[in-house]
Design a protein around this ligand. Structure first.
Ligand code: AHR
Length: 693
C-alpha cells in the first residue's frame, strides 16, 4: 500500500460558517468603514510562548541536499546500491577494475569502500560523484575535501581531486569532455593503512551543478572511503554545521518550537525503516544511511536516490532548536509503521508469546518506550549519566532542556490508543514534567478523529496534534473551529497544515497567495482561541526545486539560493507579532469572524505595550475599517501596518522572483484610540499600535 490521503480529503464543505461567506459577486466594498472593536482593557487567555513554530521533516531533500550541506552523495558507499551517486569516468575506460569491497574496512559500522585499480595513470582513471542534483559551490568560498584512503599493490600513491562544472555546448545534455575545472588539488603520500587526508578547495567560479572527480595518481590500486566535501561557511561556522541561508530563514521567523524529525518518516514504511534516533548520533562517519521513506512513495515524483545519511541527526536537531531559539519537540515512533503503508505494529510488551519483551527478534513496545526514556536522558541528563555523557562527548555538556515530546506522528485507530496509553504512562512515571503531544490522526474530522479526541481527553492528554491539509476555502470556512472547544483538558497543537490549491499531495499544488491568505484567515481563528490552541506549524518546511516529492512547502531552495514562499511570510508575520495575551475583537454588528470575508484577531504584547491587530480582507475590493481600541489608557500617535496584498490570488514567490510578495511596512496615524485604515484588496495586515511611552 502506498501513501494516499484521498480518503481523508477535506472538501470545501466544513460549512461551519455556511451562508456567512458570500461568493465574489457579493464581495463589494460597503461605503461606511467597518468598525472593529478591540477590548484592550479585557485581556483574555495568554498566548503560548511557543505559539507559532516549525515542522521539519526530511522530505523533498530537506536534509541531505538541503539543510545539511555535505556535497558528496553516498560518501561512505553504504547505501543499498553501494555506488549510488558515483560513476566511473567514461565507463571505466581508464580503469583496469573497480569494486565495492569489504576487505579490512575502516570499521564494522562503515564496512564498504571503493577499490580502484589502474594500469596506467590518466585523466580517466577514476570516479565522479554527482552530488545532490549537482553540487552548489561559490566562487572564492572554502570547501573542506576529506577522504579516508590507503594504497594497495602498484605505485599509485596519490589522488587528484577536481571540482568541475559539466560542460554543455548549448542546451540539453552534457557534452562529454567539455567539463570546466573549478579547482584542483592533490592528495599525496598514501600508505597501506587507512588514513584521513584533507585539503581546502576554493572554486574559481560559482556553479550550481558542479561535480567532484577523483583520479588516481600513478598506476596501481587505491581504496577510498568517507569522501566528503563540506563548505566551511556553515551556520555558526560549525564543522558539521548547517546551510546558513536556510537556518537564517528559519531563525528570522522567530519560531517558538521545532518539531522534528517528521512526519511519516518517524513511522517508516515498515518498522525496520522507522526513524531511530540512536542511529543518528555520535561520529558522523559511522552513521549508517537508510532509505528515505519518500524515495519511491509517489510515482509522479519518483526519487530512488533518496536516502538519509543522518549527518543531520538528533544532536544537530537539538542544536538547531537552540540556535534559532525554538523549543525542541521530537516526535517518536509509538511502535507503528506508517498506516498509509505497511501499518506494521510492534507487539505490546505485555503480550504473551514469542514477541513478548525480551523474546524474539522483533522489537516490542518496550523497545520504543525505552528509546523515548533514553532520548530524554540524552537531551536533559547530566553529563555523568550514560546518555547525557554521549551528548557531552558531542560537545554539549549542558542539557538541551527538552520540555515536550510527541508520541506517534499521525496515528489513528485503537492500535494507536492502546500503545499510546502505556507509552505515555511510562514517560510520565519517570519524567512527570515532560509534556506529551498525542495524535488525532491524519484528518481533523470524522469518526476516527472524534473517537481519538474523546479517548485522549479521557486519558488527560496534554496536547492533541491535529493536521489539516485541505483546499483554501476549508481554511476560511473553519476559522471558527475552536470557538466552542472546551477550555479545559488537552490543548491543541495544529502540528501540520497547509492549504492545497489543487488536492492533497497533488504535484500541481502551488504556494500561491490564495492559499497563504486563507491560512492567514484561519490563523486569526487560532489566535483568537489561543486559550485552547497552544502551538501551530505549517508543513512541510523545506523543498529542493529539483528534487521535491511534496508540494506546497514553506521554503524552497536550489543548490545556491533559497526563498520564503508567500505562506512563509504569513507564518512569519504571525510569529513575529504573536503578543502575550488575546484581546477580544468584535466585528461590525457582532458578526462572526469571517463574515463578509473579513477576518480579525488581536493581542496585547506586554514587553512593548503594543496592541497588535491582524486583519484579513479576502475580497477583491479595498475595505475601510475603523479600529477602536476600547478601554485603552495610553495610545501612541503613530502605529505601523505590515501588509501583504496582491490583486492576483495566484501570485507566488519563486526562485527567480523570491521577493515578489513580501510584507511592506507603512506608518499609520492613530487618532485618540482609533485607527482608520483601508485594507487593500486580498490583503493580510498586521497593525501594531504602540502604547504611549
Ligand atoms: O507533511 C507531509 C506528510 O503529511 C507528513 O509526513 C505526514 O505527517 C502527513 O501525512
Amino acid at each position: 500500500m502506498t501513501y494516499s490521503r484521498s480518503r481523508f480529503l477535506l472538501g470545501a464543505a466544513g460549512l461551519a460558517l455556511a451562508g456567512l461567506l458570500p461568493g465574489p459577486a457579493a464581495r463589494a466594498q460597503s461605503a461606511a468603514p467597518a468598525t472593529i472593536t478591540v477590548q484592550v482593557s479585557q485581556p483574555a487567555a495568554p498566548v503560548s510562548k511557543n505559539m507559532y513554530g516549525l515542522f521539519f521533516e526530511d522530505i523533498n531533500f530537506a536534509a541531505d541536499g538541503g539543510l545539511y550541506p555535505e556535497l558528496v552523495k553516498n560518501k561512505s558507499f553504504e547505501t543499498d546500491d553501494h555506488l549510488l551517486g558515483w560513476r566511473a569516468i567514461r565507463g571505466a575506460a581508464g580503469l583496469e577494475s573497480y569494486l565495492v569491497s569489504t576487505d579490512r574496512p575502516i570499521s564494522n559500522a562503515n564496512n564498504h569502500f571503493l577499490r580502484l585499480s589502474a594500469k596506467t595513470a590518466g585523466p580517466d582513471a577514476g570516479f565522479v560523484n554527482e552530488g545532490f542534483r549537482g553540487m552548489g559551490v561559490k566562487q572564492g568560498a572554502e570547501y573542506t575535501f576529506s577522504i579516508y584512503a590507503r594504497k594497495g599493490p602498484g605505485s599509485a600513491s596519490g589522488l587528484s581531486v577536481t571540482l568541475e562544472e559539466p560542460g554543455r555546448n548549448g542546451p540539453g545534455p552534457e557534452t562529454p569532455g567539455s567539463g570546466q575545472g573549478l579547482v584542483q588539488a592533490q592528495i599525496t603520500g598514501l600508505t597501506t593503512e587507512w588514513k584521513k587526508y584533507s585539503v581546502v578547495l576554493k572554486p574559481s567560479a560559482t556553479a550550481a551543478r558542479a561535480r567532484l572527480k577523483l583520479t588516481l595518481e600513478g598506476a596501481g590500486t587505491v581504496d577510498l572511503d568517507v569522501v566528503s566535501l563540506f563548505p566551511k561557511d556553515t551556520w555558526m561556522k560549525r564543522e558539521n554545521g548547517l546551510r546558513p541561508d536556510l537556518v537564517q530563514l528559519l531563525k528570522d521567523m522567530k519560531p517558538g518550537f521545532l518539531r522534528f524529525p517528521g512526519g511519516c518518516i518517524v513511522e517508516g514504511i515498515t518498522l525496520d525503516n522507522r526513524y531511530q534516533w540512536k542511529e543518528t548520533i555520535g561520529d558522523v562517519a559511522s552513521r549508517k544511511p537508510m532509505i528515505n521513506r519518500w524515495n519511491k512513495e509517489f510515482k509522479h515524483r519518483y526519487t530512488p536516490d533518496y536516502y538519509q545519511s543522518f549527518g543531520l541527526g538528533f544532536f544537530e536537531y537539538f542544536q538547531l532548536s537552540e540556535d534559532i531559539g525554538a523549543e525542541p519537540l521530537p516526535i517518536l515512533n509509538v511502535g507503528m509503521a506508517c498506516q498509509f503503508n505497511s501499518a506494521e505494529l510492534a507487539p505490546i510488551s505485555a503480550a504473551k508469546g514469542p514477541n513478548a519483551a525480551g523474546q524474539g527478534d522483533e522489537p516490542t513496545l518496550d523497545t520504543f518506550i525505552q528509546d523515548a526514556l533514553d532520548l530524554i536522558e540524552f537531551a536533559n541528563g547530566p553529563a555523568s549519566s550514560p546518555w547525557g555523557a554521549k551528548r557531552a562527548a558531542m560537545g554539549h555538556p549542558a542539557p538541551f532542556n527538552l520540555k515536550m515530546i510527541g508520541i506517534g506522528n499521525e496515528q489513528w485507530g485503537p492500535q494507536y490508543l492502546e500503545r499510546y496509553e502505556p507509552f505515555a504512562k511510562a514517560v510520565k512515571a519517570k519524567y512527570p514534567a515532560m509534556q506529551i503531544v498525542s495524535s488525532a490522526g491524519p484528518a481533523p474530522e470524522g469518526d476516527l478523529f472524534d473517537k481519538a479526541t474523546l479517548k485522549l481527553r479521557e486519558l488527560k492528554a496534554e496536547y492533541i496534534d491535529e493536521h489539516y491539509y485541505a483546499k483554501p476555502e476549508w481554511f476560511r470556512q473553519n476559522v471558527g473551529r475552536y470557538d466552542n472547544y472546551p477550555r479545559t483538558g488537552p490543548k491543541i497543537f495544529a502540528g501540520e497544515y497547509a492549504a492545497q490549491s489543487v488536492a492533497i499531495a497533488s504535484p500541481d499544488n502551488k504556494n500561491n497567495w490564495d492559499c497563504a491568505i486563507s491560512e492567514a484567515a484561519f490563523m486569526t481563528g487560532l489566535e483568537r482561541n489561543a486559550g485552547v490552541v497552544a502551538m501551530a506549524s505549517y508543513a512541510p518546511m523545506l523543498a529542493h526545486v529539483d528534487a521535491w516529492q511534496w508540494t506546497p512547502n514553506l521554503i524552497w531552495f536550489d543548490n545556491l539560493t533559497a526563498y520564503g514562499t508567500v505562506n512563509y511570510y504569513v507564518q512569519t508575520l504571525f510569529a513575529q507579532n504573536k503578543g502575550t495575551a488575546v484581546l477580544p475583537v468584535q466585528l461590525p454588528g457582532n458578526a462572526k469572524n469571517g463574515t463578509d470575508n473579513l477576518f480579525a484577531s488581536a493581542v496585547a504584547d506586554a514587553p512593548t505595550g503594543d496592541v497588535i491587530v491582524k486583519l484579513v480582507n479576502y475580497a477583491a475590493t479595498p475595505r475601510a475599517v475603523k479600529v477602536n481600541l476600547a478601554g485603552a489608557k495610553k495610545v501612541g500617535k503613530t502605529g505601523r501596518a505590515l501588509v501583504m496584498a496582491s490583486d492576483d490570488l495566484n501570485a507566488q514567490n519563486t526562485i527567480r522572483e523570491p521577493k515578489k510578495l513580501t510584507p511592506k511596512e507603512e506608518k499609520v496615524a492613530v487618532s485618540g484610540s482609533t485607527v482608520s485604515y483601508t485594507l487593500a484588496p486580498n490583503s493580510f495586515t498586521v497593525l501594531r499600535i504602540p502604547g504611549k511611552k
